[in-house]
Ligand binder design. Structure first.
Ligand SMILES: Nc1ncnc2c1ncn2[C@@H]1O[C@H](COP(=O)(O)OP(=O)(O)OP(=O)(O)O)[C@@H](O)[C@H]1O
Ligand SMILES: Cc1ncc(COP(=O)(O)O)c(N)n1
Length: 268
């Protein structure tokens, strides 16, 4: 089988735990060829985000044009999108190059609370980018912001929310329940007909930086290989569970998960 190509459009995380860095590690570990188009450079560490420098939208356009006109992509994952202008560049390029295996992780802020996508960009994200995605992967906080509803606090409320999010126009919505206080970590995938439950025991782990980025990237890597969405989510969940189990204790805050954990397991 030829090596499949996956492109991440996201922000750089200087600590190596989330964003572009987590995405490329995930692509590599899942035997795909990773490429990147950077939307912003962040200065961050295990304690939080100290500074953000957006990349000019014209330079984002140039990165996408360079990669897609020459190499192409079997799947694309997006993360930190910064602004409406950045989102419009991405939507334009997805249309030009007719990429249909697109995973959107609608990163609005970091777990530590910093804004990574501007408030005024949320409407552009919903209207222009969301309908171009195959899968969108909001967490609970992002889902409540997108739906303009109160905090989602139970599996029942998650079920209602994932069905409402489907109306924004992507054929699959994966609502991640990582932040729901429960002994299970529950994600719900809605395909327009059935709400599929993906449940696994919550792992006691302080070092979970990069889980959302890793999950979306793993789904994109599997879609690039031609796998169906439900199987891709299953594989991505199991990949990420192993990565969480081997979370790396570096820095004095919440350290990154370890994508290489999956290689360690298969070498045992
Ligand atoms: N402690 C845990 N044990 C097992 N799975 C977890 C744990 N924490 C998160 N997950 C899983 O990790 C994935 C990411 O979920 P989460 O809701 O944390 O997304 P996120 O908030 O976008 O990620 P991040 O915390 O990186 O911002 C989901 O599949 C979720 O179920
Ligand atoms: C560049 C970038 N992209 C995404 C995240 C979200 O990840 P997390 O919620 O784990 O902080 C981040 N912190 N930095």
């Amino acid at each position: 089988m030829s090596l499949k190509k996956v492109l991440t459009i996201a922000g750089s995380d200087s600590s190596g735990g989330a964003g572009i860095q987590a995405d490329l590690k995930t692509f590599q570990e899942l035997d795909t060829y990773g490429m990147s188009a950077i939307t912003a450079i962040t200065a961050q560490n295990t304690l939080g985000v100290q500074s953000v420098l957006p990349i000019p939208p014209a330079m984002l356009h140039q990165q996408l044009e360079s990669v897609l006109s020459d190499i192409g992509a079997d799947a694309i994952k997006t993360g930190m999108l910064v602004s409406s202008e950045h989102i419009m560049v991405i939507a334009d390029m997805l249309a030009t190059y007719q990429i249909d295996r697109v995973v959107i992780d609608p990163v609005l802020g970091s777990t530590s609370g910093s804004e990574l996508t501007r408030q005024d960009a949320i409407i552009t994200l919903k209207k222009m980018l969301w309908p171009m995605a195959k899968v969108v992967t909001p967490n609970l906080l992002e889902a409540a912001i997108l739906l303009e509803c109160p905090p989602i606090e139970s599996v029942k409320e998650m079920e209602e929310a994932v069905i409402k999010l489907y109306d924004f126009g992507a054929p699959y919505v994966l609502l991640k329940g990582g932040h729901l206080p429960s002994d299970q970590s529950i994600d719900l995938l809605f395909d327009g007909e059935t709400v599929h439950h993906f449940s696994s025991p919550r792992i006691k782990q302080r070092h979970t930086h990069g889980t959302g980025c890793t999950l979306a990237s793993a789904i994109a890597a599997e879609l690039a290989k031609g796998v169906d969405v439900i199987t891709a989510v299953q594989t991505a969940k199991s990949f990420m569970n192993n990565a969480i189990k081997e979370g790396i204790a570096i820095g004095s805050g919440s350290g990154p998960i370890n994508q290489a954990a999956n290689r360690h397991r298969s070498n045992e």
